[in-house]
Design a protein around this ligand. Structure first.
Ligand SMILES: *[C@@H]1O[C@H](CO)[C@@H](O)[C@H](O)[C@H]1NC(C)=O
Ligand SMILES: *[C@@H]1O[C@H](CO)[C@@H](O)[C@H](O)[C@H]1NC(C)=O
Ligand SMILES: *[C@@H]1O[C@H](CO)[C@@H](O)[C@H](O)[C@H]1NC(C)=O
Ligand SMILES: *[C@@H]1O[C@H](CO)[C@@H](O)[C@H](O)[C@H]1NC(C)=O
Length: 463
């Protein structure tokens, strides 16, 4: 039995991913009741519900839903096509095995590019809304907000593929709430008070303003809206508003199923630590291994970890392995003079990624950048983009209970498998890289694609 059978446990958290298409798609979209059933029953009431949208007639909303329904069928068809009839993806996806269903993913991605329109709410002021930290561990949050706001508006672009962002909320399939939890923690939270109330008040007021000024929130109880946060407190902040928590799409780094993360509606995003904020993120990709190099020659270390003791898992890891074994470089603080953090990653076959205060760790992405196989040690973590990526093709998972025999488990992975996993790491790297402006299949568009898949899972009904 593989030492990493806990993959099965992890996947069992994601029943949807095991659908025949192996892509997060439901045969019939979840139909949402109107938010206010009595209003729905009494009359169509369109003029009052669409104060600046009296031109938005019911057929237009239906048109949006019809587009989505065409996209769903196209994706399902592509996903169900026989392997022989599938297009050769070597141009787009050099290593198709890292995807659950490359044909369905490719189709879905192209449908997103062709059709998906997102409206970004204008309410609110910087620094709490419309901007976020663009360096250090909350980078993903700040950069996503910045890039979303910088996207050219589709209305201004001539072609249909002119962009994902629209200036016209009536043409939008999804709505982005561009507040930053990291900025709220920085500007609204009183340090050491452990009092989340001011943050929650802001979030709940923000949703209330958006719901009062526009018809869109109430129409779906927020289900076609999304927020994004890389802060550990992102999940707490989202609890400030019951529908934000319960029906909106929450894109979170801290994708902890024990804290209410629901893979069917929420999106796990990678934590990317840009120390200087520079793009593209360092370090440069390692040179590809020569085909006959043994896995040990260029990467003498079996595994590497250096980091603080926070959270429940790391103390166990350090207890068993700190300064224990020359093959396992496990430190709380890097020893002086033995090279920097990334040089360790580049010299190691496995990079240990134990959860800290939150389930996500920037180490996963750092390992991928360094060509090192992530060894994920976590409980209840839904991995980023696991709706389309086969993490078992480029990472391993170690159960916390197996930490005492960590060396044995990692050393038991056959050389051939190590090479395979490392090729997988190289192939998925581009999905974890941030670019400015964003590029096809990079981290920004992968996040957006995850939102698109969640949006495809619902159907907003008109009344
Ligand atoms: C896919 O295309 C590449 C190059 O275009 C070719 O080398 C490869 O053999 C093709 N694979 C299949 C399965 O057709
Ligand atoms: C949406 O619902 C809230 C709460 O019921 C209400 O205060 C608000 O006015 C509604 N918004 C619109 C645009 O009708
Ligand atoms: C492959 O291995 C052989 C024998 O060990 C060596 O002579 C050769 O240089 C290696 N090739 C590469 C590309 O490293
Ligand atoms: C996930 O959430 C649970 C419940 O709040 C918590 O006990 C656990 O420590 C969290 N996991 C991590 C790794 O933070």
């Amino acid at each position: 039995m593989s030492p990493f059978s806990s993959w099965v446990q992890l996947l069992s958290l994601l029943p949807l991913l095991l659908l025949p298409t192996a892509l997060l798609l439901l045969p019939a979209a979840r139909r949402l009741p109107p938010a206010n059933p009595s209003a729905a029953a009494s009359s169509p009431a369109l003029p009052t519900l669409f104060p600046h949208g009296s031109t938005l007639k019911r057929p237009e909303r239906n048109k949006l839903e019809e587009e989505l329904s065409r996209a769903r069928s196209a994706i399902r068809r592509a996903g169900a096509s026989s392997p022989a009839s599938r297009r050769n993806f070597s141009g787009v996806f050099p290593l198709p095995r890292v995807y659950r269903n490359p044909a369905a993913f490719y189709r879905s991605y192209v449908e997103m590019e062709r059709r998906f329109k997102v409206y970004v709410y204008e309410e609110g002021e910087p620094p709490l809304v419309h901007e976020g930290p663009c360096k250090n561990i909350y980078t993903t949050e700040g950069r996503f907000i910045a890039e979303m706001e910088a996207l050219p508006l589709a209305a201004a672009a001539a072609s249909a593929a002119g962009g994902v962002r629209t200036a016209d909320p009536r043409r939008a399939h999804a709505f982005f709430l561009p507040f930053s939890v990291a900025q709220l923690v920085r500007y609204v939270y009183r340090p050491l008070s452990y009092d989340h109330a001011p943050i929650r008040r802001f979030v709940s007021d923000y949703v209330a303003v958006v719901a009062a000024k526009h018809p869109f929130w109430n129409r779906s109880a927020g289900a076609d809206h999304f927020m994004l946060s890389c802060h550990d407190w992102g999940p707490h902040a989202s609890r400030a508003h019951p529908s934000l928590y319960g029906s909106a799409i929450r894109a979170l780094c801290n994708a902890n199923t024990s804290e209410g993360f629901r893979p069917r509606k929420d999106v796990s995003i990678p934590e990317i630590n840009l120390v200087t904020g520079e793009l593209p993120p360092m370090p440069p990709p390692p040179p590809p291994q020569s085909p006959n190099s043994t896995s040990t020659s260029s990467r003498p270390l079996l595994a590497f970890f250096a980091g603080g003791l926070h959270g429940p898992i790391r103390p166990i890891l350090l207890h068993h392995w700190k300064n224990r074994d020359p093959d396992l470089a496990v430190y709380e603080y890097l020893p002086a003079g033995a090279g920097d953090y990334f040089s360790y990653m580049r010299r190691s076959r496995f990079c240990l990624c134990p959860s800290g205060y939150e389930v996500a760790s920037p180490r996963v992405v750092e390992a991928i950048y360094s060509g090192c196989i992530p060894a994920i040690i976590s409980e209840g973590y839904v991995l980023p983009f696991s709706d389309v990526l086969r993490w078992e093709e480029f990472s391993v998972t170690v159960a916390v209970a197996d930490l005492p025999r960590l060396k044995e488990a990692l050393a038991a992975v056959p050389k051939e498998e190590v090479r395979r996993l490392r090729a997988g790491v190289r192939a998925v790297r581009r999905h974890f890289v941030l670019n400015h402006p964003p590029e096809r299949f990079d981290a920004f568009y992968m996040i957006l694609h995850s939102v698109w898949l969640r949006r495809l899972n619902i159907k907003v009904t008109e009344f």
